[in-house]
Design a protein around this ligand. Structure first.
Ligand SMILES: [Zn+2]
Length: 159
């Protein structure tokens, strides 16, 4: 199994049209620590113009637009797709539009699997035991929150 395909499976990109590019994963320092940037592309074949509805019209590729899409953390680092989205020009109505994917909602930069994870976590007020289980340590050895714990709201990411 090629590495690109492994990454696509791990990040829930199957059936989204997003393809990992054969380029190095970039690491950069962000406000929350190291961020990983995975180069990817979205360039599906488009036969129907979303504006005029022409089917099989003269639709040509018209540059790309790059977006940072938040995906699941990898090794506890914030991780983003550097997603090159194909733009198109419909010669019938002269409108331009950008490729879409079911990975993210329109004008949103958080992948749907991440939103789902947030909702699942928000349902639970986590105990020390649950936190220990989630991070893979023994409750006896690891997670004992001191009485002087910081305000949990300051631990939340502001992404
Ligand atoms: Zn059109």
């Amino acid at each position: 199994m090629p590495h690109k395909h492994c990454i696509e499976v791990l990040l829930d990109l199957e059936d989204t049209g997003v393809k990992i590019l054969d380029k190095p994963i970039l690491k950069e320092l962000g406000p929350q620590g190291i961020r990983k940037m995975i180069p990817a592309i979205l360039s599906p074949t488009v036969d129907v113009c979303p504006r005029c509805g022409t089917v099989g019209g003269d639709i040509i590729k018209h540059g790309t637009k790059t977006s940072h899409i938040k995906v699941h953390k990898v090794t506890e680092c914030d991780t983003y797709l550097l997603l090159k989205k194909q733009r198109y020009l419909c010669k019938d109505c002269s409108s331009t539009f950008t490729a879409t994917t079911k990975l993210v909602e329109r004008s949103c930069f958080i992948a749907k699997p991440v939103k789902t994870a947030i909702l699942l976590k928000a349902r639970n007020i986590m105990s020390e035991k649950d936190i220990a289980k989630e991070v893979g340590v023994s409750h006896d050895q690891g997670v004992k929150l001191p009485d002087s714990s910081p305000d949990p709201s300051c631990l939340l990411s502001r992404d």
